[in-house]
Ligand binder design. Structure first.
Ligand SMILES: [Zn+2]
Length: 284
């Protein structure tokens, strides 16, 4: 779209104004990472789930436990949804998490829940791909800038009727886990954490891009559950997302989810986060 705009004489000076961080996080309640790491070191796997290729798996994690997403079989990205296990209306808020922690998450970052609770649902305690950093294209792993692949966008762009996008996989997994109809389950599926996916925005056009994920079998991303969680993880039809998604073209692999329990005494002093303290009167 073009517009007849004229740059002012001081255009370069305006562009040269340095940015300020929207939400400095130094006043956020800090997670006790040393406590979490010590608890993780003593934790044992109590349950294992598999998200088969082009399918999703749902899983429960009790507050104070951990869950780990593990690459098995071959390079594969996963789309993660989280809900409060007692109240599906409290769910992961990708946009606010992005505003607080940036475009991609790693150790110490938290997955924040939707309004009005806006509290940590899970805290990342281990990330075997933390070495990747930000590459020369501006790409990094575990993003909160994409949404999830879905059949509606595919239909708009290509007229397709494809049923194994992450959006549909998550719907089926949530429906199976809760007994909700697919129509009702769809209302609870939300923007994801793109686990292991390598993404960014192009500098020239600002477009969302993906590239082959650096993930290899054995790579892991581990979370501490701050509340009782229902999760769902889709093994994206894009596989490692090096070429395309929303089709059966890419080579896909399963993803493993492990739930780990630490000994009770390992979390002494830890309290589940309270709902947000705003009084909700919204003025007047
Ligand atoms: Zn996907």
């Amino acid at each position: 779209m073009t517009q007849d705009t004229h740059a002012p004489n001081d255009a370069e000076a305006r562009r040269a104004v340095p940015p300020v961080i929207c939400y400095p996080t130094d006043t956020l309640p800090a997670p006790n990472m040393a406590l979490y790491q010590a608890a993780l070191a003593q934790a044992e796997v109590i349950k294992t789930h598999i998200a088969p290729p082009r399918e999703a798996a749902a899983f429960h994690v009790s507050k104070g436990h951990f869950f780990r997403i593990l690459s098995v079989g071959g390079p594969q990205v996963g789309d993660l949804n989280l809900w409060n296990a007692q109240d599906l209306t409290e769910r992961f808020y990708s946009g606010k998490t992005r505003a607080l922690h940036g475009t991609h998450l790693t150790v110490g970052d938290r997955m924040w829940s939707s309004f009005p609770n806006m509290r940590p649902m899970a805290t990342i305690v281990q990330d075997s791909l933390a070495w990747y950093g930000i590459d020369r294209f501006g790409g990094s792993v575990h993003d909160v800038i994409g949404t999830r692949c879905d059949p509606y966008t595919g239909n708009l762009l290509a007229g397709s009727q494809y049923h194994h996008c992450c959006h549909s996989n998550l719907i089926r997994a949530l429906s199976d886990a809760t007994g909700l109809s697919k129509d009702l389950a769809e209302t609870h599926v939300h923007d994801v954490l793109n686990v292991f996916m390598c993404t960014g925005f192009t500098r020239d056009t600002g477009q969302y891009f993906m590239k082959a994920s650096p993930v290899r079998p054995g790579d892991t991303l581990t979370f501490f559950a701050e509340m009782d969680l229902l999760g769902a993880l889709s093994a994206c039809p894009g596989g490692d997302c090096s070429s395309e998604h929303s089709s059966d073209t890419a080579q896909c692999h399963p993803l493993q989810i492990e739930v780990l329990a630490p000994p009770n005494e390992a979390l002494q002093g830890w309290q589940p986060p309270a709902p947000n303290g705003y009084d909700r009167s919204h003025g007047r």
